[in-house]
Design a protein around this ligand. Structure first.
Ligand SMILES: [Zn+2]
Length: 280
């Protein structure tokens, strides 16, 4: 399995010279399995560039959405395979409070976007997974799902394939001030022994309490989750739009102090656009 980050930014795209190293596109991660299966996690603006790669193929595309906040669906109208005749695109919507499963298509209508979803020639199917089902297969991958702590809620996923496990947990507030969907220890079991946990780390302790309840985690909390889960790597994700490249470097350095003090072997890094991880 190869994992590539196409968008790592939370909330809103951040072009500009201070954001070049980590990138300014919003959430999108591509998983390429050994059997040729393509799984995409979220459809933020990063999915546009991924589309230029995938349009060279004809095989089905599987898109797992965490939720419908704009930064997780706004790239979809610019995802080239949706204009590819008969290209099969299967979408799993997130478990959001309001069950607006087709919101990713609804954004393409009226005065908002010139091409209505009804005019697309690809074969797009949106298949909600019943809440009673926790695990299912996509190609050679086993997918599991857990409810996130986030305004409007949503889904976290694990993807196990080719002997590797990826946990994708964004946007998630590990310690929210509101009634939580999932507690910390349940996330620990969910992500247990992952090769990499991609976790929301939008904030630092210095951002609190002002941003408590906004649905994102403090970086140190993500480190705690990775250590408790016995994960090999932690990718800090959903970088705050106000955080420059140098700021993100400082977040990573701060997190590495935590792992050093704990004598933990987990490798912590900040996800960067274009960065790939290869497993096995
Ligand atoms: Zn969100």
């Amino acid at each position: 399995m190869q994992l590539t980050f196409y968008g790592v930014r939370g909330s809103i795209p951040t072009p500009g010279r201070d954001y070049v190293r980590y990138g300014g596109n919003t959430a999108c991660v591509h998983l390429s399995l050994a059997d040729g299966t393509d799984i995409i996690l979220d459809a933020g603006t990063g999915i546009r560039e991924l589309g230029n790669l995938l349009i060279k193929k004809q095989t089905p595309i599987h898109l797992l959405l965490s939720h419908n906040h704009w930064d997780h669906i706004q790239g979809f109208p610019f995802f080239a395979p949706i204009y590819q005749p008969n290209r099969e695109i299967n979408i799993t919507p997130g478990m959001t409070t309001m069950p607006e499963f087709d919101q990713i298509l609804q954004q393409m209508q009226g005065s908002v976007f010139p091409v209505p979803a009804s005019a697309l020639t690809s074969q797009i199917s949106i298949k909600p997974i019943p809440e009673s089902i926790d695990s299912w297969q996509i190609g050679g991958a086993t997918i599991t799902r857990l409810a996130m702590n986030h305004p409007g809620k949503g889904s976290a996923y694990t993807i196990e394939a080719d002997g590797a496990k990826v946990a994708y947990i964004t946007d998630n507030e590990l310690y929210p001030p509101y009634k939580k969907e999932t507690d910390f220890l349940t996330f620990v079991e969910f992500a247990r022994d992952a090769d990499v946990i991609i976790h929301d780390a939008q904030y630092m302790l210095s951002d609190m309490p002002a941003k408590s309840g906004w649905g994102h985690s403090v970086a140190e909390e993500a480190v705690k989750l990775a250590m408790a889960s016995n994960a090999k790597q932690l990718a800090l994700y959903s970088h705050d739009p106000e955080r420059t490249d140098d700021d993100i470097d400082a977040v990573v350095a701060h997190c590495n102090e935590y792992t050093a003090i704990a004598e933990s072997s987990v490798s912590v890094f900040a996800a960067a656009e274009g960065q790939s991880l290869k497993f096995n």
